[in-house]
Design a protein around this ligand. Structure first.
Ligand SMILES: Cc1cc2nc3c(=O)[nH]c(=O)nc-3n(C[C@H](O)[C@H](O)[C@H](O)COP(=O)(O)OP(=O)(O)OC[C@H]3O[C@@H](n4cnc5c(N)ncnc54)[C@H](O)[C@@H]3O)c2cc1C
Ligand code: FES
Ligand code: FES
Length: 1283
């Protein structure tokens, strides 16, 4: 087991350190290897490199990015490239060097400029994505110290961040770019962000990768690595590989492992894996007179370079296919996947939505196969793509290379794709199209069309193409082609064909001019108005300005309040030294836990058989509800299901084993039998049906989809029991440690005082870590050290998210747009359990409507119970209100902004629930936004653009926001802090808030620094712990830093009061002198601060109350452009004005606004939860669930904090002293993109004379937008949703 018959794996990790490992498991990845303890070759300490993070395990998020350096046998150079460690088989790294974030720089020694600049640009919040970002940027710079902005966007395209909104990350990367003018000191080789802190290493100085094993003449012998279940064989020659393929005909070839790896995780198992990585024949590229032959082992990134080179060398007419392939390669996955994935793996895995196969198929590419018996060629055609045995590889054959022929004169090739996002998103549908016209004419000599994403394999429209031969390239042909295609392929994407038709017409026009073709007057032409159909949205690096008020010039230099201080952990985030829950080293006798969940939506559990799981080696126990000594959760919300399950993903039991791998394997051996129960309810509409609700007639319906939190750090907990008195230490990623503590206490039936919860930092929460961590903590508290780390799929399946909403409204209004009465009913999909939302109180947004009725109902369904999420219902509910405004505007024939302006609160007034407030700041935000965005002139420009372009439309929307802060419960408005001053003068601050990335600790030290009048550098926050500050409330609902800030202030003021007599006596003394004196005089240097906050009150019977301390105001304007034929959109410009009063830390507040705005755009445009008819969540990974990527930032993105605004209610008059004020309202700002899209769609429908008011549905996915922009093609499909 685990012993090689040849050499050990040797990997250079922290240069110049080398790691030697003889016991690698061929099933292991680089990520698992890095996280464990390994002995170093040259030193005798243990290594645990935790900077490389797990967030999805499927190559889709980039959190685990590292740089691999390998000797390239063809170019004879060392190639440096980024990869995702979670998909990189450890054995494939034989002879490679790996650089992890720890090898780039450290706060203990010196920082790399990439690390320093990302931190100082405020490019980190929770910091979980940061090491991956650093590694992507580092690798880019390693290959190109002054990249272009386009290369920067490409390099970061595979990295997701859920917190920042990407703008500051790009900003830091931009300082390295050649086009950059963002740094004043450019040209000196230094950047103003390189302050030389921690001896930042010079960029130019390349750290050397040890050349061991990357020898120019690699060994030719076969290497074999044996694991417990799998053997990895890496032959050194092609001959050996072919012989091995005869011996192991079923063994797959592992190249990039980007297709095989994810498949092996879920279902496929292969006892033997063949790695052809060392075989140079598979990397060969041959240029011939008729085409290009690319080795099957070339990576997709190498293929990009090869194609680009060939395009530059050859005349345009010969490179049509290469251009089409290159176009798709630019948007295919992220850079890391393109670096790993091979052409051979791509072709052979025949993904139904492969981007390259449709193009290769239409361009008559051939596959060069080789086996021990010889070589042969087969066409890459529909039969091969459908996997027909007669057209496929034989078991002992491998693909050696792919031959792609040149295109010829009068031949045109194009590629099309439609995906949720521009980059790093699998296409929903794509196509390759090729036409050869008879020389000098427009009649079709040959035509090929292939579609991907619409069936189990790439589909060819062979019959339609044959029937069109000989036709002229004109509208008649187009009409016929559309009907034929619909008949043959029956798919709703004939728009691609129209685009191709126009593209060819344009090319024809050029050719006709060039060769003065005699009958040119007969060719169809594209009118200028239609040209917009041809343009794709370019990927551009965003620009923008962030504005905030400077601190008073008289403020003491030492006082950091109001200054844009960097996040306290930013540098540690960037070096990977910031410790998250799962980075805590293993403790003695630690075991791992894995969860078993229900596969049925509503069923009786008839039996649970754990015997087979217990028979597996290393499995220790299976925990069921019967093992719980205390309370098993609440009625209707059990920790572990008993007798009945109410959704797919409900936790039934948990396996405990010595390794995480074995615990996971054992879960598959547990046999559970069910008896299905009725009813099974998934949607709000189903729920309404089952409860037989009746409605009055309504004007409109609005659907808002749910949202997954997609925090980068999945839920995790480490429970360590102590030896005495049933004490427990729980390290947990939570927003509410006191809730974890309480739940564990009731589950184990022990007093709360025996349990201590520790939260160092949380890798993103967004509300998703308020309730659920308590469940995981309680299940894992089994009296043994237990680590429970959810993988991404489990996390998404189990934890629930934002409530989907179905709203109906009736509205009464005057012709001038004044709304007289509004009646809204909202139905929220609560899942199977309780509901936490304050939707009803937030529905009115900023509008004064005299007659209002809001009703809300929570629907019980057989889905996982939904939970808190930024905004607590506001982002969904306010969408109903704003949709109503848009509909009124359409009815009145007025622009929506006029309706908004007319109905916004204008003077001191009372809300619907009679809470008094002054809307002066709201109006200031609105006016400032109108002014800063030049709204009215842009509205005119948009209209001008729309007149000129038929297939592209722009839309613009401006919306005011009034967001109520806090919980409508008094007990939540309190906080405590504990501040110690030690005898050396250093200060330890503890408070009840949790660091989720929102910079609460940074702000708390700013407060303490002002109060104690000493620099922040003298202070420290170690963690949030229930032992230091008890009975805390969740860090959520906009009160975290506000109430905790007051508590810290209180503690500091108590301490300063005690020190006052000493200071008065020795005013010339130093802080250290005063502390020493205080100690001598027996003055206590420790104080508890407490803040008794707002008395929230709501009488739900009367609908009257004072539930919120105050409101946050803002306004934003967004402009977008949509492609009517694809439904894709581009965010052109967004201007946000927020009222932060006197911001405690404007850099952090602006970061929160930007991040939540981008998260909001995800909610309203791309993030779609998809379920099977049986209630199984399909969208369980970044492949299927698309959060915004780096290309989703508006081209111009301006954020301003409203100047000179004050509120007496908060600490130092700051609003948004915690993330939530801005982010909950910021979340809703994302809807402005939605309404800008709706505005563009309305223009399309007006122009085409279709009803302008259409059912509002969020997210406005490309499919929805495409169908809403109804035209002759959607009509043909006969599937128009908006008849
Ligand atoms: C996060 C992510 C995003 C993606 N996005 C996209 C996208 O947007 N568009 C898109 O089209 N694709 C996308 N993909 C799919 C990706 O293109 C394929 O997974 C990849 O090209 C497969 O190549 P590989 O080298 O990793 O294959 P591997 O996983 O190593 O192998 C795949 C299969 O090919 C076989 N094989 C490999 N080489 C040979 C050979 N020479 N001869 C015979 N058999 C061989 C293997 O036996 C195996 O069965 C994405 C993948 C990931 C993980
Ligand atoms: S964890 Fe590897 S890409 Fe997401
Ligand atoms: S900072 Fe990027 S995910 Fe949190």
């Amino acid at each position: 087991k685990g012993v090689t018959d040849t050499s050990p794996i040797i990997i250079s990790l922290l240069f110049p350190t080398q790691v030697m490992e003889r016991n690698v498991d061929p099933e292991g990845t680089l990520l698992t290897f890095l996280g464990k303890n390994w002995t170093l070759l040259s030193k005798s300490w243990l290594l645990r490199l935790t900077g490389t993070k797990y967030a999805c395990g499927r190559g889709g998020c980039g959190a685990c990015t590292v740089m691999v350096s390998k000797h390239d046998p063809v170019s004879r150079k060392i190639r440096h490239f980024s990869v995702t460690a979670c998909l990189m088989p450890i054995c494939s790294l034989y002879g490679a060097a790996v650089t992890t974030v720890e090898g780039v720089g450290s706060i203990k020694t010196r920082l790399h400029p990439v690390q320093e600049r990302i931190a100082k640009s405020h490019g980190t919040q929770c910091g979980f994505c940061t090491p991956g970002m650093v590694m992507s940027m580092y690798t880019l710079l390693r290959n190109n110290p002054q990249p272009s902005e386009e290369q920067l966007m490409e390099g970061l395209g595979g990295n997701l961040c859920r917190c920042t909104g990407y703008r500051p990350i790009l900003e830091s990367g931009r300082t390295f770019c050649m086009e950059s003018n963002s740094c004043q000191q450019k040209g000196t080789g230094k950047c103003c962000l390189d302050w030389g802190e921690n001896d930042s290493s010079p960029l130019g100085k390349k750290s050397e990768v040890s050349p061991f094993r990357m020898a120019e003449n690699p060994e030719k012998r076969t290497l074999t690595f044996y694991g417990e279940r799998v053997t990895w064989i890496s032959p050194g020659t092609l001959k050996d590989l072919l012989e091995l393929k005869v011996k192991h005909p079923k063994a797959p070839l592992v190249l990039g492992n980007t297709s095989l790896g994810p498949a092996m995780k879920s279902q496929d198992f292969h006892p033997v894996l063949l790695s052809p990585a060392r075989i140079s024949e598979l990397s060969m590229v041959t240029k011939t007179s008729d085409g290009l032959t690319i080795g099957a082992g070339c990576s997709l990134a190498q293929m990009q370079d090869i194609l680009a080179e060939r395009i530059a060398e050859l005349p345009e007419e010969k490179t049509q296919t290469y251009r089409a392939l290159l176009k798709h390669l630019r948007s295919l996955a992220g850079q890391q996947i393109r670096n790993m994935a091979s052409l051979g793996g791509h072709v052979i895995s025949r993904h139904c939505c492969s981007d390259l196969n449709p193009v290769l198929a239409v361009s008559n590419a051939t596959l060069n196969l080789i086996s021990a018996e010889g070589t042969r060629q087969i066409p890459l055609n529909e039969h091969f793509l459908a996997g027909l045995a007669s057209a496929d590889l034989k078991a002992e054959e491998i693909l050696e290379s792919v031959h792609i022929p040149h295109s010829q004169k009068w031949e045109f090739v194009s590629a099309f794709r439609q995906a949720q996002c521009q980059q790093n998103a699998l296409p929903h549908v794509n196509a390759g199209m090729r036409v050869l016209l008879k020389e000098g004419t427009d009649s079709i000599e040959d035509l090929s069309i292939a579609y991907g994403g619409v069936g189990a394999a790439t589909i060819s429209a062979h019959r339609s193409c044959q029937l069109l031969l000989g036709r002229r390239w004109n509208e008649l042909m187009l009409d016929e082609a559309c009907s034929l295609l619909l008949d043959e392929v029956s798919l709703p994407v004939i728009s691609f064909l129209f685009k191709f038709y126009l593209e060819v017409l344009q090319e024809l026009k050029k050719l006709v001019k060039m060769f003065s073709v005699p009958d040119s007057r007969h060719h169809s032409e594209v009118s200028d108005q239609f040209l917009s159909a041809l343009e794709n949205f370019p990927v551009t690096i965003p620009q923008g300005v962030q504005t905030y008020q400077n601190v008073d010039p008289h403020q003491p230099l030492q006082d950091p309040v109001g200054c844009p201080i960097m996040h306290l952990s930013a540098l540690k985030h960037a070096t990977g030294e910031a410790m998250f829950c799962d980075d805590i080293p293993m403790v003695d006798k630690e075991l791992f836990m894995a969860l078993v969940t229900s596969s049925r939506a509503h069923a009786k559990i008839t039996s649970i058989d754990v015997s087979k799981a217990l028979e597996l080696p290393e499995v220790v126990d299976v925990i069921t509800a019967e093992d719980i000594p205390g309370t098993n959760g609440a009625e209707g919300d059990k920790l572990l299901a008993v007798d009945e399950v109410n959704c797919v993903g409900q936790i039934i039991c948990a396996v405990v084993a010595e390794t995480d791998v074995q615990a996971k394997r054992a879960t598959e051996k547990i046999e559970i039998t069910y008896e299905d129960l009725e009813p099974v309810i998934f949607t709000v509409k189903d729920a309404i049906k089952h409860n037989s609700f009746l409605f009055d007639q309504i004007l409109e319906e609005v659907h808002v989809g749910g949202q997954e939190h997609f925090y980068m750090e999945t839920q995790r907990v480490l429970v360590i029991p102590k030896t005495e008195d049933k004490e427990l230490d729980i390290y947990v990623s939570t927003q509410d440690p006191a809730h974890v503590q309480k739940t564990v206490s009731s589950t184990l039936n022990i007093p709360i005082n025996r349990i201590t919860c520790h939260v160092k930092r949380v890798g993103g929460g967004f509300g998703g870590k308020v309730g659920k961590p308590a469940v995981f903590g309680a299940i894992a508290a089994v009296g043994h050290p237990i680590r429970l780390v959810l993988d991404r799929e489990e996390d998404m399946l189990i934890t629930g998210g934002r409530h989907p909403l179905f709203g109906k409204y009736k509205v009464g209004f005057m012709n001038n747009g004044r709304i007289k009465a509004l009646d809204i009913e909202c139905y929220i999909n609560g899942g199977y359990d309780s509901l936490r939302t304050f939707l009803i109180l937030k529905l009115e947004n900023a509008y004064k409507i005299r007659n209002l009725r809001f009703q809300g109902r929570a629907c019980m369904t057989n889905l996982p119970s939904n939970t808190a999420f930024r905004g607590f219902g506001f982002p969904q509910g306010a969408l109903v209100t704003e949709s109503c405004i848009t509909a009124v505007a359409a009815k009145c024939g007025l622009p929506p902004e006029k309706i908004r302006e007319k109905n916004t609160y204008k003077t001191v007034d009372k809300t619907i629930y009679k809470q008094a407030f002054n809307p002066e700041t709201l109006i200031r935000c609105w006016n400032e936004c109108l002014d800063k965005s030049s709204f009215y002139s842009r509205r005119m420009q948009v209209e001008e653009f729309n007149k000129k372009n038929y297939w592209k439309k722009k839309g613009i929307a401006i919306i005011p926001v009034k967001f109520s802060v806090g919980f409508a419960a008094t007990s939540y408005h309190q906080a405590a802090a504990l501040v110690h001053i030690y005898t050396d003068g250093s200060v330890l601050v503890t408070h009840g808030g949790n660091e989720l990335g929102q910079g609460i600790h940074t702000k708390m030290l700013q407060v303490a620094s002002r109060e104690l009048k000493i620099p922040m550098s003298c202070m420290h926050i170690s963690e949030t712990s229930t032992a230091t500050v008890p009975n805390t409330v969740a860090t959520a609902a906009s009160i975290g830093a506000d109430v905790n800030g007051r508590a810290v202030q209180n503690a500091c003021q108590i301490l300063l009061k005690r020190l006052e007599p000493i200071i008065k006596k020795h005013p010339e003394g130093t802080w250290e002198d005063w502390i020493e004196a205080a100690f001598e005089q027996r003055i206590s240097l420790s104080a508890t601060g407490y803040f008794r906050g707002y008395k929230a009150f709501m009488d739900w019977e009367k609908g009257v109350g004072d539930p919120f301390p105050y409101y946050v105001y803002g306004a934003a304007c967004s402009e977008v452009e949509i492609g009517c034929l694809t439904g894709a959109h581009k965010k052109i410009k967004t201007d946000i004005i927020m009222d932060a009063c006197c911001s405690l830390n404007p850099a952090i507040d602006i970061g929160q606004i930007e991040g939540s705005f981008i998260q909001g755009t995800g909610l309203y445009t791309t993030e779609e939860l998809k379920y099977s008819p049986e209630g199984v969540l399909y969208s369980r990974s970044p492949d299927e669930y698309k959060i915004p990527t780096i290309t989703d930032v508006p081209e111009e993105f301006n954020v301003s904090l409203l100047p000179s605004s004050q509120t007496p209610l908060t600490i130092y008059s700051s609003k948004g002293s915690t993330q939530t004020y801005h982010c909950t309202s910021g979340m809703f700002l994302g809807s402005f993109v939605f309404f800008a899209i709706a505005d563009a769609v309305a223009t399309v429908r007006r122009e085409r004379d279709i009803a302008e008011d259409f059912m509002v549905q969020s997210p406005a996915t490309p499919e929805w937008v495409r169908m809403a922009c109804a035209d002759q093609f959607t009509e043909m499909v006969g599937n128009c949703l908006f008849s």
